[in-house]
Design a protein around this ligand. Structure first.
Ligand code: CUA
Length: 416
């Protein structure tokens, strides 16, 4: 890449051709060496970071924060004392000009008081840290949910959330499925049962609790609780392939009565669209999308005929789109589905839905339908692979025309 060379020269202060005649000028490199740590330090100073684990917004995350702070202070004091002690000793006992370089300094060995001191003191400190850590672990472990448990399923590269709405104790059949947005009632302990359909992922909402791995074949419990209604973001924190960086998740905490209304709405089937373009879009959806996606009330038969979404994907599952536009984001919460009206980078509950005065981000949706793998790295099946039974990861480019895209967007906009 030819254009890379001037940048290299600017950073390193010399070019390969000139190096043999003039010595390299080290100054730009030194400036860079100073700049990098400075940028790192400054980047830690963001005043409003939505994934800041040091600003808990729920009781469970606060319990962890109450452990982190004293442990950090202890570690910082020990660090400063040890580093300054080393600097002091190095300076105090360095070799001086009039010292004989061949003469060894006075050798000392054994100071019982010191040795007991530097054994007992760290043991006490570590004992305190261990005690506080165990107390925190048990405290979190003994937190009971307030009646709601949601199954969280990671897959390449999005999260599915299942609510046991028929109350049969498992997460299949007629239960509510949603994706990307985990909707919970604020101020309540909500139990999560975390698992995976393909590889290992990790679920993390820094402001609400620590991380928990999503492992295929196992279920791991995690409890979250948000003090206030709001939208709390996180991302998959276990490398899981091509789009690991585009596997995000959002927790939308609603006031408890709004949550109940939301759960009620989610159980309804989608309405047949009445608008002409949307009706064309619904037909197109049933013919083009039924291999992976279900919108209950629209393409149930076609979806079942095509194998319930199991044939094309390694995870054997794609997002249920019955209430697609009730979510704030799509494609692994990578793209906003509604406009971020207040400009805080996060689409909140009051920006979702036409009734709320929300505006659907049709540009994002159109770009996605035009060529999904161009928007987010994926490895979808090719038609040849489908023939041989090979499965893919993610959504293929369906080569839709602009007219078809408009019709699909008109249809998707009705899935509230
Ligand atoms: Cu899923 Cu990283």
């Amino acid at each position: 890449m030819r254009s890379g060379r001037p940048v290299f020269e600017a950073l390193s202060g010399h070019s390969p051709g000139r190096a043999s005649r003039t010595p390299p000028r080290p100054r730009p490199r030194r400036a860079l060496a100073l700049l990098v740590p400075l940028l790192l330090i400054l980047s830690a100073c963001a005043s409003d970071a939505p994934q800041d684990s040091l600003e808990p917004e729920g009781p469970i995350a606060r319990t962890i924060d109450n452990l982190v702070n004293p442990v950090f202070i202890i570690a910082a004091v020990v660090f400063v004392l040890v580093e300054f002690g080393i600097l002091y000793l190095v300076l105090r006992f360095r070799q001086r000009k009039d010292d004989d370089p061949d003469e060894l300094p006075g050798q000392t060995h054994g100071n019982t008081k010191l040795e007991i001191g530097w054994t007992v003191l760290p043991a006490l400190l570590l004992g305190f840290v261990a005690f506080a850590t165990l107390a925190t672990l048990f405290d979190i472990e003994n937190t009971k949910d307030d009646g709601l448990t949601v199954q969280v399923t990671g897959q390449q590269w999005w999260w599915e959330f299942t609510y046991d709405t028929d109350g049969d104790g498992d997460y299949t059949d007629e239960d509510v499925l949603t994706a990307n947005d985990l909707v919970i009632p604020a101020g309540q302990n909500v139990g999560l049962e975390i698992t995976s359909r393909d590889v290992i992922h990790s679920f993390w909402i820094p402001k609400l609790n620590g991380k928990k791995d999503a492992v295929p074949g196992s279920t791991h419990p995690l409890m979250i609780n948000a003090d206030e209604p709001g939208t709390y973001v996180g991302q998959c924190t276990e490398f899981c392939g091509l789009s690991h960086a585009y596997m995000r998740q959002r927790v939308v905490a609603l006031p408890p009565d709004e949550f109940d209304a939301w759960l009620e709405d989610q159980q309804a089937e989608a309405d047949e669209p009445t608008d002409e373009a949307a009706a064309m879009g619904a037909e197109l959806f049933a013919s083009q999308c039924s291999v992976c996606h279900l919108a209950r009330g629209i393409n149930d038969d076609q979806f079942e005929e095509a194998g319930d979404g199991t044939t094309e994907l390694v995870s054997e599952n794609a997002p249920d789109l019955t209430h697609f536009v009730s979510r704030g984001a799509f494609a692994g919460a990578t793209f906003n589905l509604w406009d971020d009206l207040d400009g805080d980078q996060i689409v909140e509950a009051d920006e979702i839905g036409f009734a709320n005065g929300g505006q659907l981000d049709t540009a994002n949706l159109e770009a996605w339908l035009r060529d999904p793998p161009a928007e987010k790295p994926m490895d979808p099946v090719t038609p040849e692979e489908v023939e041989t039974g090979v499965r893919g990861r993610g959504m293929p480019n369906l080569n839709l025309s602009e007219e078809q895209i408009d019709q699909l967007v008109a249809f998707l906009a009705t899935l509230d």
